[in-house]
Design a protein around this ligand. Structure first.
Ligand SMILES: [Zn+2]
Length: 78
């Protein structure tokens, strides 16, 4: 896992994987309507993303980029 910094709150290496939608809705759709269930499941997979564990922001910048280094300088570690 790459080291990232949150562009919104400056928190480092606290990220979680966020999956949109609900597993139960996907299951329900699959059981009753196969095709929408598959599409829904695909949508959930493709929209899965990493987000800051602190503020939920999707703007996580890798620390080994110029923008990441700039952010790291702006938010010094306590
Ligand atoms: Zn954040």
């Amino acid at each position: 896992m790459r080291n990232v910094i949150c562009a919104d709150c400056g928190s480092r290496d606290s990220q979680r994987t966020v999956t949109n939608g609900s597993f139960w809705i996907e299951l329900l759709l699959l059981v009753f309507f196969i095709l929408p269930g598959l599409i829904y499941g695909l949508w959930r997979l493709t929209t899965r993303h990493k987000a800051c564990a602190k503020c939920g922001s999707k703007r996580l910048i890798p620390l080994d980029t110029p923008a990441g280094r700039e952010l790291a300088a702006r938010y010094p570690t306590a």
